[in-house]
Structure formats: structure tokens, C-alpha cells
Design a protein around this ligand. Structure first.
Ligand code: ADP
Length: 338
């Protein structure tokens, strides 16, 4: 059996797959986690038989420039993940807590780290660099990294099955539209551009994140609006996006609402998605399919229709594919361990 762990700062998601078929045997979510070691002990007591596990896959958010593929976790990998904490101050430490706790209970099996950023390591410098002084890249690693990589990779692989064409021959635009939203331009199976940047704040409008805005707004808010740096950070990450405009971040509620604000939020959301699709059509020579995934992308025909309106003349297929990041992690783990 393969166990896949997604350890957040206050929750742990797990899924157990049968090794041969990758059928899901068991899954769950532990919330309000205060101590990862204790949470894993609780899992061991009656939920997961660690003796039966062949390997464990860990979702790790930030791999920086160090990881373009899943890796077997050793002391050096742990040090590297730790060193990337400034780039993902909430996520990487929580992911590491999960790794430590799982290693403690299953020290003799392989633990594999699968990074959210890895799929986007194929993005070329002219796309991942910001037009800022070189020194910021060299000393502070300021560049675009991209996220949701496991999801973009998974739906692209599924598209290759549906279209019956090898992934390395496909050009795709993938839209992961959930609470977090990101787009990816895939050329010959590889990510060549993605909308999230150094952090998941850049790019499209999201549930509570603003996505891209004029960066001068930050200085303006601090100078004129009396905002402190942490307040700006919270404003852009937690109080903006759909929530900021519609007063609500859940797309189902927004679509059911008749308020003007809700209608504006939907228009802004889909306008930005459409512009992103257009930009990616421009950088890809041809597009085999546009793929929708994530809670909104998979379930809302209205959002898909509004996003694609006017794009009919470009004659590419539109696919709706349910993402499965845990299965993609299990696939990587199986490939590395068997
Ligand atoms: P996360 O990014 O947290 O994993 P999900 O991918 O589950 O989130 O997406 C959550 C979003 O999907 C919410 O905004 C929710 O309202 C939306 N959603 C789920 N089902 C539907 C639906 N039938 N119609 C519109 N939106 C939906």
C-alpha cells in the first residue's frame, strides 16, 4: 500500500492506495491539528496499519529551483526543504512536520517528496524572471515558481489518454479553478508558463486572493491608507478576490445570488480567465485542448461557458477533467519505488 500525505499547518489529508492498482483503500482528513506527531499517532492507533505500507508520498508546496521531479527524502532533501521556508513560510514547515511524524512511525520505508512547483521548472527564464534588478533574483531568489503543478500535470496526463495522443506531442491550456486558481500553458507536455508566481498570490482572481494587481497599490495603501505590511498581506491573500467583491468566496453561493456585486465578481473572474486563455493561445503555436479542473472548473458550466464565450472561432477541444493530486503523487511514488 502507498500512503499519500498532505500535511497543512492545521490539517492532515491522507489517502491510502493499493500498490498494484492504485485503487483508493482509505482516505480521511484530520482537522484542527495542533501537533503532527500526535495526529500521526492517532492515525496509527486504529486507522492506518503502518506495517503494511510500502512507501509514503508527501505533498510539499515549495521546491524552489532545487526540485524538478519527485525525490526520495533524505537528510539533504529535508535541509533543502527547510531552506526554502522563507519562500513558503506557512506551507513548507507544516509539510516538514508531516514528514518528521511519518518518518518516526515508518522509518524503514521510502518517503518521497512531490513538489507543487516541480512541474513548472521547465518554464523558460524569459517567463519566470521578473523585470526587476538581477540582484533580487541572485540574492533573494525572487522569480516566478508557479504552483498547482501536480494538478496541471495530472489533468494533462488524463487529457493525453482521452485524446489518444502522447503527452509529449500535446499543447494544452489547463485551468485549475478552485479556491486557488491558476492556469498553465503546456507545450509538448511541458509547462512553459503558469499564472501563479513567486507565491500563489499572482495571476488570476481567486476565492480570497486578489491575483495580479498594480504593485504600486501596496505602497499606496501603506502611504495613504494607513496599512501595515502584515495588514496588506492579509488583505491581498485573505480578504480580496471573490470575497472582496461579492462579500462571499464560495462560487456556488455567488452564482445563486442576484446581487450586483455577485454579478460583477463573476464577470471579473471570467474576464480574467478569458484574458489568460488568450495570452496562452498566443504563446502556444497550436492548442489541442483547453482543460477545466478544480471545484469550480469541474462543476460550474456557467463559469466555463462565460470563460469560453467568443473563443469558439479558435476550434480547440474543451475538456472537463476531475483533478486528483493524491493519485498523481501515488503514481510518482509507485514509479520511484517499484
Ligand atoms: P480548493 O482549492 O480549496 O481545493 P476546490 O477545488 O474544492 O477548492 O474548489 C472550491 C470551489 O468550488 C468553491 O468556490 C465552490 O463553491 C466551488 N464549487 C464546487 N461545486 C460547485 C458547483 N456545482 N458550481 C459552482 N461552484 C462550485
Amino acid at each position: 500500500m502507498i500512503l499519500v500525505i498532505n500535511a497543512g499547518s492545521s490539517s492532515i489529508k491522507y489517502k491510502i492506495f493499493e500498490l498494484k492498482t492504485l485503487r483508493v483503500i482509505q482516505q480521511g482528513l484530520i482537522e484542527e491539528v495542533k501537533n503532527h506527531h500526535q495526529a500521526f499517532k492517532d492515525l496509527q492507533d486504529g486507522i492506518i496499519d503502518f506495517e503494511k505500507l510500502r512507501a509514503i508520498g508527501h505533498r510539499v508546496v515549495h521546491g524552489g529551483e532545487h526540485f524538478s521531479e519527485p525525490v526520495l527524502i533524505d537528510a539533504k532533501v529535508i535541509e533543502t526543504i527547510k531552506s526554502l521556508t522563507p519562500l513558503a513560510p506557512l506551507h513548507n514547515p507544516a509539510n516538514l512536520e508531516g514528514i518528521y511524524a511519518a518518518q518516526n512511525l515508518a522509518p524503514n520505508i521510502p518517503h518521497i517528496a512531490v513538489f507543487d512547483t516541480a512541474f513548472h521548472q521547465s518554464v523558460p527564464p524569459y517567463s519566470y524572471r521578473y523585470p526587476l534588478p538581477n540582484e533580487l533574483y541572485e540574492r533573494l531568489h525572487v522569480r516566478r515558481y508557479g504552483f498547482h503543478g501536480t494538478s496541471h500535470h495530472y489533468v494533462a496526463s488524463e487529457a493525453s489518454k482521452i485524446l489518444q495522443k502522447p503527452l509529449k506531442e500535446l499543447n494544452l491550456i489547463t485551468l485549475h479553478i478552485g479556491n486557488g486558481v491558476s492556469a498553465c500553458a503546456i507545450e509538448k507536455g511541458k509547462s512553459i508558463d503558469t499564472s501563479m508566481g513567486m507565491t500563489p498570490l499572482e495571476g488570476l482572481m481567486m476565492g480570497t486572493r486578489s491575483g495580479s494587481i498594480d504593485p504600486a497599490i501596496v505602497a499606496y495603501l501603506m502611504r495613504e491608507g494607513g496599512y501595515g505590511i502584515d495588514e496588506v498581506d492579509t488583505l491581498l491573500n485573505k480578504k480580496s478576490g471573490l470575497l472582496g467583491i461579492a462579500g462571499e468566496s464560495d462560487m456556488r453561493t455567488i452564482l445563486a445570488s442576484k446581487s450586483q456585486e455577485a454579478s460583477l465578481a463573476v464577470d471579473m473572474f471570467t474576464h480574467r480567465l478569458k484574458k489568460q486563455v488568450g495570452a496562452y493561445m498566443a504563446i502556444l503555436e497550436s492548442v489541442d485542448a483547453l482543460i477545466f479542473t478544480g471545484g469550480i472548473g469541474e462543476n460550474s458550466e456557467q463559469i466555463r461557458t462565460l470563460t469560453c464565450k467568443g473563443l469558439e472561432k479558435f476550434h480547440f477541444k474543451t475538456l472537463v477533467i476531475a483533478t486528483d493530486e493524491e493519485l498523481q503523487i501515488a503514481l510518482h511514488v509507485k514509479e520511484l519505488c517499484t
